[in-house]
Write a protein that binds this ligand. Structure first.
Ligand code: F0G
Length: 458
């Protein structure tokens, strides 16, 4: 018999979970104004809200914590991280920040001004938030295939080069400070970008002399997909693939809370010393001195180790297989899930799950609440709430896709947990026709409303 697949690590420390009753959950979600961000973590049994900062560090990372150097300037931890970033990404300059959006804030302060256009592949919401906050505009150039959840395409994160070229051709170069490529593309479902697409974007950018930056939160998962799916990469190791990917960029922003498997942290890395100098000023203003930027020395040590571990093939194989395992279980039951499965999450197509709910009643949020009531599993809405209002017209933006994201933390849950989630959502699917009403918004913030929005039953 062929040996079955199994995890590339074992458990050394555990954290107890508490189950709850449906009665308790009905009370709690009502008190939370039907916003899953308002739940206390002990009201959640399996937490698939995000893969951000929720991973389990390894024994080697915890050992690095003890070796942290907390000097204000020039700490050995800073140099350890600088070496790791240079070795893995190839970028000679870097600035530490406290998380990914802080990296965006610093880099965009140095590069983006009012009226600018920033083309890319479905910018993540904080990226878009930081662009729109500066009265600039994010332009989505993702391939159309990304918006059909049933279509099999190996690289649904790809940029449509015609859409991109149209933006570059029709606008003054001074108005386009950068192109942002998100790898993997979270907003289109954790979908990867192919090496060929990265190379082609680079060529186009060179023609128009526009810098390219990667939003790199899940760059290692992207590299894994290139290895598995793209011709010519099967025999390359993950680190070689990562180096080639970044060779097509001028720089990167990083939320280290994802593929670097730490609970907090981020950075910016780049080739250009002059840009590094300009961005350093904002780093010192917003984050901290350039040799710590909002991170303690011990955390920089753990991050350096996390970059190495996060780019090991065996770890990535375990990771991507676990996500796909959940996806397969749901698919077997007929639950409409996005295909192919993404790297960090399974995206459930809520429009196909609950066709009777109108989009104004927040379809994906309705499904998220139902799953919580059924099982104590917390997913997250990627739909109308997240899409927010148009900053100019203040009208609701209704996205093409209404998704419930079941995001899998790294090295945290077991296959039994995945089975539990699959049965829970399958149960909701079996009684889907009984769900007749969604939600209305009672209270919302002017920007990034999904975190704090208050809802009531429609
Ligand atoms: N870019 C991408 C692609 C992201 O997914 C995130 C965060 C960020 C930037 C911002 O990084 O949280 O460290 O400030 N994504 C999380 C999520 C929050 O749940 O998808 P951050």
């Amino acid at each position: 018999m062929k040996l079955p697949f199994s995890e590339s690590y074992k458990i050394k420390m555990v954290e107890p979970l508490r189950r709850s009753t449906r009665r308790e959950r009905e009370q709690w979600i009502k008190e939370a104004k039907y916003n899953l961000f308002n739940l206390r973590s002990d009201q959640v049994f399996i937490d698939l809200l995000t893969d951000s900062g929720t991973g389990a560090m390894s024994d080697r990372q915890w050992a690095e914590i003890m070796l942290g150097d907390e000097s204000y300037a020039g700490s050995s931890s800073y140099y350890k991280l600088k070496n790791a970033i240079r070795e893995i990404t190839g970028f000679p300059h870097f600035l530490p920040t406290h998380q990914g959006r802080a990296a965006e804030n610093v880099l965009f302060s140095a590069m983006i001004k009012e009226g600018d256009l920033i083309p890319g592949n479905s910018h993540f919401d904080t990226t878009k938030g930081h662009i729109e906050y500066r009265r600039a505009k994010a332009i989505d150039c993702t391939i159309d295939e990304a918006f059909d959840t049933t279509l099999d395409h190996p690289f649904k994160g790809n940029i449509n080069l015609e859409k991109l070229e149209k933006v570059l051709k029709e606008n003054n170069r001074e108005k386009i400070p950068m192109i942002i490529v998100t790898v993997t593309c979270n907003s289109s479902g954790g979908q990867p970008v192919s090496m060929k697409n990265l190379r082609d974007v680079r060529k186009l950018a060179d023609m128009y002399e526009i810098p390219v930056f990667f939003d790199s939160a899940r760059f290692a998962e992207n590299a894994y997909f290139i290895k598995i799916r793209e011709k010519g990469y099967a025999d390359k190791n993950i680190r070689e693939i990562v180096l080639e990917m970044f060779s097509y960029a001028d720089g990167m922003t990083m939320s280290s809370k994802k593929d670097a498997i730490v609970n907090m942290g981020g950075f910016i890395a780049m080739r250009d010393k002059e840009l590094f100098n300009r961005a350093s000023i904002f780093n010192i203003l917003f984050e901290g001195f350039i040799s710590y930027g909002g991170m303690s020395g011990r955390d920089m040590n753990a991050l350096a180790m996390g970059l190495y571990e996060g780019t090991e093939f065996d770890y990535l194989e375990t990771r991507i297989n676990q996500v796909a395992y959940l996806g397969e279980k749901l698919k077997e039951h007929g639950v409409p899930v996005q295909y192919p499965f993404g790297g960090h999450a399974i995206f459930v197509d809520a429009k196909r799950f609950l066709p009777q709910i109108p989009q104004e009643e927040l379809i994906a949020q309705t499904l998220a609440v139902e799953l919580y009531l059924e099982s104590g599993v917390r997913g997250v809405e990627i739909g109308t709430l997240l899409a927010d209002r148009d900053p100019e017209t203040r009208e609701n933006r209704y996205p093409e896709l209404e998704l419930l994201r079941l995001t899998i933390p790294r090295r945290v849950y077991t296959r039994d947990h995945m089975d539990y989630v699959a049965v829970a959502l399958s149960n909701v699917y079996d009684r889907r026709e009984l769900i007749r009403k969604g939600f209305v918004i009672v209270n919302e913030a002017p920007i990034l409303r999904h975190f704090t929005v208050e809802l009531d039953r429609a």
